[in-house]
Design a protein around this ligand. Structure first.
Ligand code: ZN
Length: 60
């Protein structure tokens, strides 16, 4: 119990480092940069990867 308390306190003082990751879609040109906790970055990028992709018409 005391160990849990210490672990919680330490996690609060020293949060895990944030992770920066990017996603770019070569079909529509979408570019997203995410900086968040590693577990959240994965979730966000999973959502971004399922974006409503509308490929840009190629410029003539
Ligand atoms: Zn796309």
């Amino acid at each position: 119990m005391l160990t849990n308390l210490l672990r919680t306190a330490r996690a609060r003082l020293f949060p895990p480092p944030l992770l920066t990751d990017t996603y770019s879609c070569d079909r529509c040109g979408l570019y997203v940069k995410v900086t968040d906790h590693p577990d959240r970055v994965t979730k966000i990028l999973n959502v971004v990867a399922r974006h409503d992709c509308k490929p840009k018409p190629k410029a003539l």
